[in-house]
Design a protein around this ligand. Structure first.
Ligand SMILES: *Cc1c(COP(=O)(O)O)cnc(C)c1O
Length: 385
């Protein structure tokens, strides 16, 4: 087939494929960012976002990738002399550490081995002996596929003066998330993962406890990222600076799709599809990198057998099948492959993923029993139906 006519399959853990309905929403006319038309769109989008985050807080939108809001969270919460406790179990926890360093903010770190998550007990112990302004965690560690038990950690942090800052960039829109019930004080996410929009729009929502800390001005360097400005603007149906207007249209459309499917149904679809892909892969002899009970359902991270380089699998999937999956750019390089199982995906997507993975293994000279994986995948889908 000619290169251009072969379907291009974007199967990364972000950016994810953007459904056609959402792409069409991007072509709506650009209107004034402080006019009544856009105010209506932004207000509606914020309202549709709240159930997905599990919050009654205002939702603030920014032109940014997710990392911008990770930085904003740190810049707004930690003043001079404040110390954070950062939970690290993968690449994005490490990124929070780098951000704190770049902003000259002090941090203690609790590390869990990659593929596991930091437990609430460890956080409780550290909180008992220290005076932290914030505890910082990643909900869904996309580099390993481990999920952090925010409910348990939130219960511990709630008893302290610290605020809980959470990156749910690859969780929100795909995983159960209860910001208010779990006691998450500053929650950040972005458009291009489970929310199935193009990259460039990031969201934050903050609890009252979070605002009490953010409002304090103790040597905080912030301007574009000043969440106090964002809050005032959000209350007027605006953003502090020019909104990425087409992206807001796209998010409104994505959320409309999510709510018409039903938000709980969207969460269970993610569970069902990712578990089935894991079952299929397991029958092929591939186990997940993360063994912890809290496995991600938005990204499937598979360990490669000894002697097979994951980067080869990624390259072959793209070159022969025009299917883009992720390897790793961390210390797991070559050892794992990562397939996005979030956003507007269906049974067909994961079936095709597994079929192409099987073909790739065979192409690369690995023997896999033909059809075993697919039978297991189908059985898992049946059982969960
Ligand atoms: C993708 C991702 C990020 C980074 O987001 P960008 O939009 O690329 O800046 C941060 N944290 C997690 C958990 C992610 O999956």
């Amino acid at each position: 087939m000619a290169e251009a006519s072969r379907p291009y399959r974007l199967r990364l853990p972000g950016p994810t494929a953007v459904p056609e309905r959402i792409r069409k929403a991007l072509s709506e006319p650009v209107v004034a960012h402080r006019g009544p038309e856009f105010k209506e769109v932004l207000t509606e989008t914020a309202a549709l976002t709240k159930p997905v985050l599990g919050t009654n807080n205002d939702v603030m939108a920014f032109a940014s990738s997710g990392t911008g809001l990770m930085e904003a969270a740190i810049a707004n919460v930690l003043g001079q002399g404040d110390k954070a406790l950062i939970l690290v179990n993968g690449q994005f926890g490490e990124r929070f550490v780098q951000i704190a360093e770049a902003l000259n903010r002090e941090a203690d770190i609790i590390e869990a081995p990659w593929g596991e998550a930091v437990c609430a007990e460890a956080v409780k112990d550290k909180l008992a002996g220290n005076n932290y302004r914030a505890v910082v965690a990643v909900h869904n560690e996309s580099s390993t596929g481990a999920v952090t038990d925010l409910e348990a950690i939130g219960a511990v942090v709630r008893e302290s003066d610290a605020v809980l800052v959470v990156d749910s960039i690859s969780g929100a829109g795909g995983l159960d998330l209860q910001q208010d019930a779990w006691g998450v004080d500053v929650l950040v996410t972005a458009s291009q993962k489970a929310l199935m929009c193009p990259p460039g729009l990031a969201l934050a929502s903050v609890s009252e406890k979070g605002w009490n800390v953010i409002e304090k001005d103790v040597g905080k360097a912030r301007f574009y990222w000043d969440l106090r400005k964002a809050r005032k603007s959000a209350a007027q149906g605006q953003t502090a600076f020019t909104s990425p207007i087409p992206l807001v249209y796209s998010l409104r459309e994505a959320l409309t799709m999510i709510h018409s499917e039903g938000w709980p149904e969207v969460v269970s679809r993610h569970v069902r599809l990712c578990s089935a892909l894991r079952a299929g892969a397991a029958a092929m002899g591939l186990s997940t990198f993360t063994k912890s009970p809290m496995l991600s359902n938005t990204v499937c991270v598979l360990e490669m057998p000894d002697g097979l380089d994951g980067s080869e699998v990624v390259r072959h999937m793209y070159e022969k099948y025009r299917t883009v999956i992720a390897g790793s750019r961390t210390k797991l390089r070559g050892k794992v492959i990562r397939i996005g199982t979030m956003g507007g995906i269906s049974e067909d997507d994961i079936r095709t993923d597994l079929m192409l993975l099987e073909s790739t293994f065979v192409d690369l000279g690995w023997s896999v029993e033909n059809g075993t994986g697919m039978a297991a995948l189908d059985a898992a889908l049946q059982n969960a139906a």
